[in-house]
Design a protein around this ligand. Structure first.
Ligand SMILES: C[S@@+](CC[C@H](N)C(=O)[O-])C[C@H]1O[C@@H](n2cnc3c(N)ncnc32)[C@H](O)[C@@H]1O
Length: 285
């Protein structure tokens, strides 16, 4: 199977029997997937970062949190179809904005705790446009920013005539400390400029997956073979799929048991030789 094609694996997720429950630790070969909240949440104390990673143990983090879009949809007219709704299987994506910002600062701080001094965090987010206002992810500017990359999605589902067509999202390249130099090899990058034109993923089993080419570009240029790549909101598992294909180890956290089951399914299809264990017990289904 070629790189970039594995997200086209059709899975029929609604037929997938979900054997995973919150709190399960899943071993997929040498990769690890924790079904839990990656950070403390109003209903759950999280230990994911500290149980999976040691301080300064991770070479690269690639992640995209939920965007809190429902909060912006609430009480707003949907007649113009301006904000594309994202329906996760269980996560509601609807926090008061101040709480959301606190949560996101907490997760970025924990990512930086886990990163090695030579490591990088790639944090994807979007400008939410609603009612002639733009909500920009300003909280990232509290952290040492190495570069801002523009993801050109080569299309948009949003056709509101009162805006220029919004084709882009942000990828913030954040480093552990302002004086540190993260590992980077531009010769290994597929896309060498800071505008990445990559169509959205065709993955049918998750509402907001990364395109594999985006993760590939980051992993190839900002990590080496055998390095540890981490994703605290791993969703449909794109980061693990790419890391495996590029001979990197991946740890990930995902709150939704259904998506964790999907990742097991995808990884087994990608590489049937991978042994799966759930909480230490071999899983054969
Ligand atoms: C934007 S999606 C990530 C998609 C991923 N990049 C991919 O390629 O599929 C965000 C994910 O975060 C998960 N999530 C929401 N709250 C979480 C939490 N507290 N801890 C871990 N995962 C969470 C959602 O279930 C969703 O799958």
């Amino acid at each position: 199977m070629n790189l970039f094609e594995s997200n086209n694996i059709k899975i029929e997720p609604n037929n997938l029997q979900v054997d995973i429950v919150l709190g399960d630790l899943i071993e997929i070969g040498e990769h690890r997937l924790l079904c839990d909240s990656s950070t403390d949440h109003f209903w759950r104390k999280a230990t994911g970062f500290t149980s999976l990673c040691k301080e300064e143990s991770v070479d690269l983090i690639v992640t995209s949190p939920p965007y809190n879009k429902k909060n912006w949809l609430r009480n707003k007219s949907k007649t113009n179809g301006w904000i594309r709704e994202i329906e996760y299987s269980s996560y509601d994506d609807n926090l008061p904005q101040e709480e959301y910002v606190r949560w996101q600062k907490q997760v970025i701080a924990q990512c930086l705790w886990a990163l090695k001094p030579s490591g990088s965090l790639f944090y994807n987010h979007i400008d939410i446009m609603s009612k002639h206002l733009t909500i920009h992810p300003t909280w990232v500017y509290d952290f040492p920013l190495k570069q801002v990359i523009i993801w050109d999605k080569c299309g948009t589902p949003k056709l509101d005539e009162s805006y220029f067509l919004p084709f882009t999202e942000w990828i913030f390249w954040i480093k552990k400390d302002k004086d540190l130099v993260p590992y980077f090899d531009r010769n290994s990058a597929l896309l060498k400029k800071n505008i990445w034109s990559i169509p959205r993923s065709q993955e049918a089993n998750h509402p907001a997956p990364f395109p594999e080419k985006m993760v590939t570009n980051i992993v190839m240029s900002c990590s080496k073979p055998r390095d540890l790549v981490f994703d605290p909101y791993i969703g449909s598992g794109t980061t693990m799929v790419v890391a495996h294909q590029l001979n990197r180890k991946c740890y990930g956290i995902e709150i939704d048991p259904k998506y964790c089951q999907l990742i097991i399914h995808k990884m087994k299809k990608l590489d049937p030789s991978l042994q799966i264990k759930i909480n230490g017990n071999v899983y054969k289904k």
